[in-house]
Design a protein around this ligand. Structure first.
Ligand code: TRP
Length: 448
């Protein structure tokens, strides 16, 4: 029945697959350290406001572009842009962004495999804190294992994507996403039962706005759309797979709820444990790879929880790498007419060729910097601070100012069959509020 459909077979499949793309290292690795560096509860509050006011409308915008055109990100602007061919470059920007993000994201995804191996073979247990830090540095600065694990992760992703949208992506997401939630809940119970957990909860949930800076507010905005995978066409691609009868507002809201829940649950896992063992919540990107292994070492049965934690981190990363690769594969299949298997093998090979340099950025290529940054940092900064916000801005201009309003309304109301009580609010947000907010982040990225 559903097999003659272009994309996902059910609403729940669409929600879980897109939520899988959104929920990733951004939730479990980036969000906690951002929150830790920006004073806790106030960051969370502002983050949630941005998800509701900017994140959900932007996601709906991408879904409209994708579902209306029934196309990959380049084809979408070719079709909807009509004779204004310039819009196609926005699609190409999406492809470039996917390549760059995948190149550095697959490095950190590979690290999770290493930590699954280390924790299951007990290699981090019983070490002193400085030894745990040494384990991380020795590994990440090496020139072989980071590449091996990155390669394995890319291959695993390619396998799923080759199996297809319904039989690969949707099926895998339907298993992995519920599993991710269960593992997170197990970890929450463990963390909350530690003596001194309350201090961590207070840090996470009690807003102290005096700790909030302008930079923190902008980082919350940036994090909200990094976490929701917005601004580069991931949701255009997945949007094109959403069934015509599904409701876009409902779908986007569910995805945003899942994504924020995972970020908050990750916070409930991490901060009570960090406080209970007297560690520093503001330790930056190393929070997950150095601070947490130390926390696990100090807790009863910590070794088992370490394995659970890194497996869940790996799952979160995998559903995101799947959606990154799908952007490239959908493009190669529809625009270049490649076979799906060939498209996913070739795209992954290209990503590995570029990504290997990112993996080596921590060791052998540490000194090989461009604008004072290693390739890893450069790609991270280029995408998060420039390409994603600029892409998002251009999308809001495309849908809010260029594409006919009646067509937007038609897509959101499923051809007029749904009441569109919130349509006015949505249109106002993407026409005025989101572009202004995005221009502010872009300028901040340039001068800050
Ligand atoms: N949202 C992902 C995360 O939180 C990261 C990400 C950004 C992403 N853009 C993407 C993932 C595009 C897939 C596709 O980890």
């Amino acid at each position: 029945m559903a097999d003659n459909q272009r994309g996902f077979s059910s609403s729940i499949g669409a929600i879980l697959a897109a939520a899988g793309g959104a929920v990733g290292l951004g939730n479990v690795w980036r969000f906690p350290y951002m929150l830790g560096n920006n004073g806790g509860g106030a960051f969370l509050t502002i983050y949630i406001v941005f998800v509701i006011l900017i994140g959900i409308p932007l996601m709906m915008t991408e879904f409209v572009i994708g579902r209306r055109s029934q196309s990959n990100v380049v084809g979408a602007y070719r079709k909807l842009g009509g004779r204004h061919k310039g819009w196609v470059s926005l699609g190409i920007l999406g492809i470039v962004a996917a390549l760059l993000i995948y190149a550095f994201y697959s490095v950190v995804a590979g690290w999770t495999l290493n930590y699954i191996v280390l924790s299951s073979s007990g290699q981090t247990s019983g070490l002193l804190p400085h030894e745990v830090a040494t384990v991380f540095k020795d590994f990440s600065q090496g020139s072989l294992w980071p590449l091996v694990y990155q390669f394995i992760f890319l291959a695993l992703t390619a396998l799923v994507v080759t199996m297809g949208v319904q039989k690969g992506i949707e099926k895998v997401s339907k298993v992995l996403m519920p599993l991710l939630f269960i593992l997170l809940l197990v970890m929450c119970v463990r963390s909350l039962s530690l003596d001194g957990a309350a201090k961590g909860l207070e840090f996470l949930f009690k807003p102290d706005f005096s700790k909030m800076t302008g930079k923190g507010v902008l980082e919350a905005l940036g994090q909200s759309f990094f976490s929701l995978s917005l601004g580069m066409g991931a949701m255009v691609t997945y949007g094109s797979y959403i069934r015509k009868e599904d409701k876009l507002l409902k779908t986007s809201t569910w995805i945003a709820v899942c994504d924020s829940m995972v970020a908050i649950l990750a916070g409930i896992v991490i901060f009570p444990a960090v406080f209970a063992f007297g560690m520093d919540p503001a330790s930056g990107p190393e929070l997950v790879y150095i601070v947490l292994p130390n926390v696990f070492n100090s807790m009863p049965m910590g070794n088992i929880f370490a394995i659970v934690f890194f497996v869940l981190l790996g799952i979160a990363a995998l559903t995101s790498t799947i959606s990154l690769l799908e952007i490239l594969v959908a493009f190669a299949v529809e625009e270049l007419h490649w076979k799906r298997g060939v498209a996913s093998a070739v795209s992954s090979a290209v990503v590995f060729a570029i990504g290997a340099f990112c993996a080596l950025s921590f060791g052998p290529l540490k000194e090989a910097t461009i604008f004072g940054k290693t390739l890893f940092d450069l790609f991270d900064m280029l995408t998060a601070s420039y390409i994603m916000p600029i892409g998002a801005l251009l999308m809001t201009i495309f849908l809010g100012w260029f594409y006919p309003k009646a067509e937007v309304r038609d897509e959101i109301t499923n051809g007029g069959t749904l009441k569109a009580r919130l349509f006015g609010a949505y249109y106002f947000l993407i026409r005025y509020i989101a572009p202004v907010a995005l221009i502010i982040i872009i300028i901040y990225g340039i001068i800050g």
